[in-house]
Design a protein around this ligand. Sequence first.
Ligand code: OAD
Length: 231
Amino acid sequence: MAQKGKIVILTGAGISAESGLGTFRDKDGLWTKYDLEDVATPQGFARNPQLVVDFYNARRANALDAAPNAAHTALSTLQKQYAGEVIIVTQNVDDLHERSGAEVIHMHGALMGALCNACDHRWPAPRVMGLTDPCPSCDAPATRPDVVWFGEIPYFMEDIAEHLQSCTLFAAIGTSGQVYPAAGFVQEAAYSGAETVELNLEASEMSPAFDRHIQGPASEVVPRWVESLLS
Ligand code: OAD
């Protein structure tokens, strides 16, 4: 077990499930209620921008009303107390990692951000975003949520690749491993010699790629795993 090397942790919707935020592919998940093509692609936004903005406004309201759970808090503690570096990369667009005090790389963007489709300026999103909200920089009424949609390139990929190549331990928490490029991180890390561990409620698509599995709800298994790394 790596004691002082770099740890890279990838999180997914499962880590926020016990904070009351829906996952995507579980029973009753978001993609059982909405068509991904309608609300999470540039084409969907071009067809019906109001539907898309309403979808993210509702998710932003849910996230703002939610609180970090014991898994978020444990990762924040790990980041502060571990002798080596701890990099948290999340696919989640909620801000529960930050609110637990952690520093996090948002590879799929952030619900709390607004992006101007005209000039790429970014600013904090209001609780309820309006399609014709003017950009504070260029004044264009071309606002969109600063989230990465299917068909767009995830953020910070170069930085993430460098971290994966230099880590000694890679962990994936609460992700189904069905969406690339994040689903391929385990192989990238393993190729660079890292030990790999999956913490999830159940076996995932990517389970066979990991050295170890810890099964259970994130709020229980993550604090125990963090304790073992810090002891
Ligand atoms: P998914 O909904 O695909 O997977 C969530 C995973 O969390 C599943 O494997 C569940 O078994 C697990 N899970 C559920 N509750 C849990 C709990 N309490 N503790 C631990 N694990 C739990 O969500 P993601 O893998 O995050 O992308 O989805 C990846 C991407 O697909 C998202 O970022 C989003 C989505 O479409 C975009 O919108 C671009």
